[in-house]
Design a protein around this ligand. Structure first.
Ligand SMILES: [Zn+2]
Length: 395
């Protein structure tokens, strides 16, 4: 029988509240990283180091890697969380009534993702106190997750041992996520020609109208069971008496199917280009002034930014088997699901690190009504320690 550690609720609550009281908006993770590094190094057999990603992320510090020594031979296992929080996230005052953690309503709580870090602290402390045997564990804490997964993208994976692990960064504590889509961001700029709307409108080309024609005919929303598309912002025009010469439209496409993603992306950008061409074809050429070197308006410039790759961990992967088994031993059942969102796990998987996403109980994240139940943090901590012992005893 494997010895199971008992979670110290009060200590878990105190760790969590200490973490959220330290401001750490993206790029400003320095203080919280120092706190985490110092407190992990105070635990026997734990060492901490930073990678050199700060240069490329622009953060105050690198990603933080904690090595937790094992006392038995087993494949190393990692746990990942991110140290940054979204705005409004400065001067967070956590309120705890014994059941639930909330804020005073002026900021986010930061349980995304500091609840995960608090849980990992508690699990490692318990393993040590109860002298539970386990293999090597790496804790990989990234910066700048919330502003484009920047820390994960620049993570130095040679600084830790494990090549498989769990990202503690989703809501439902009974949920495991093994599939997430690839995503691209689109930026489409339509250029027309400015003119006075009342004096010489004939000389103008209305960029908003060209964009509107394209927008009206593209398909958005759920394209198929694994693909979505959205146009999220539109900016253009200067005043009601000026024919607008520029409009910029931004959107995204996500899919679990790479070929389908390209198809939808090309169809959206292609529709704008066609709308401009049709408009141009409709203008008699003698009304167009000569411009050397620049294309005749209206014309379209598109930019496609690859946001993150898809991830898919097979259902029979040992990460899933170990988590299911650990849950079962705790009298629980986990659901394995697909998400429509992207996270550090997409990047870790693309770097050859098999990563499954585990729910931690955080709710209403990215809002000032964010909250988390103590009970969900405790259940996640119990599951994580169960996973560690299962991972080691089964191999
Ligand atoms: Zn998160």
């Amino acid at each position: 029988m494997v010895k199971k550690p008992c979670i110290n609720r009060q200590r878990l609550a105190e760790t969590f509240m200490s973490l959220v009281r330290i401001d750490s908006p993206s790029k400003e993770e320095g203080a919280v990283a120092q706190w985490i590094s110092r407190n992990f190094q105070a635990i026997k057999g734990c060492s901490a180091s930073f990678d050199n990603s700060a240069e490329s992320t622009g953060s105050q510090c690198g990603n933080l890697i904690i090595h937790v020594d094992g006392d038995i031979e087993a494949p190393p296992l990692f746990f990942n969380a991110h140290m940054d929080t979204v705005e409004p996230g400065r001067g967070i005052v956590p309120l705890f009534d014994g059941t639930v953690f909330r804020t005073d309503g002026t900021t986010v709580l930061g349980s995304d993702d500091k609840a995960a870090i608090a849980i990992l602290f508690e699990v490692i402390r318990c393993l040590r106190e109860q002298q539970v045997s386990h293999g090597p564990i790496d804790i990989v804490l990234t910066v700048c997750e919330e502003i484009g997964l920047l820390g994960a993208k620049s993570l130095d994976t040679s600084m830790f041992r494990a090549r498989a692990g769990y990202a503690l960064d989703t809501t439902d504590p009974d949920m495991l996520i093994n599939r997430a889509p690839e995503a691209v961001r689109l930026s489409i700029e339509v250029t027309g020609r400015a003119a006075h709307a009342g004096i010489n409108p004939e000389e103008g080309i209305n960029a908003i109208q060209v964009a509107a024609k394209a927008l009206a005919s593209i398909r958005l929303g759920r394209i198929d069971h694994e693909t979505t598309a959205n146009i999220g912002t539109i900016h253009g025009g200067k005043a009601t008496n000026i024919v607008p010469d520029k409009v910029c439209v931004e959107g995204e496409v996500r899919s679990h199917n790479s070929a389908m993603l390209r198809k939808v992306q090309d169809s959206i950008t292609g529709t704008f280009i066609t709308a401009a061409e049709e408009y141009r074809a409709g203008i008699s050429s003698d009304s167009q002034p000569e411009h050397q070197g620049t294309p005749e308006p209206p014309f379209v410039q598109t930019e496609v930014l690859h946001d993150y790759p898809a991830m898919s961990v097979p259902a029979d992967h040992h990460l899933i088997v170990a988590a299911m088994k650990a849950a079962e031993e705790a009298g629980r059942k986990l659901r394995v699901e697909t998400t429509g969102g992207g996270s550090d796990a997409n990047i870790l998987n693309s770097k050859g690190l098999d990563t499954l996403i585990l729910g931690i109980g955080m709710q209403n994240v990215h809002t000032t009504s964010e909250f988390i139940l103590m009970e969900d943090m405790v259940r996640t901590a119990e599951l994580v320690s169960g996973i560690i012992t299962t991972w080691c005893s089964d191999r």
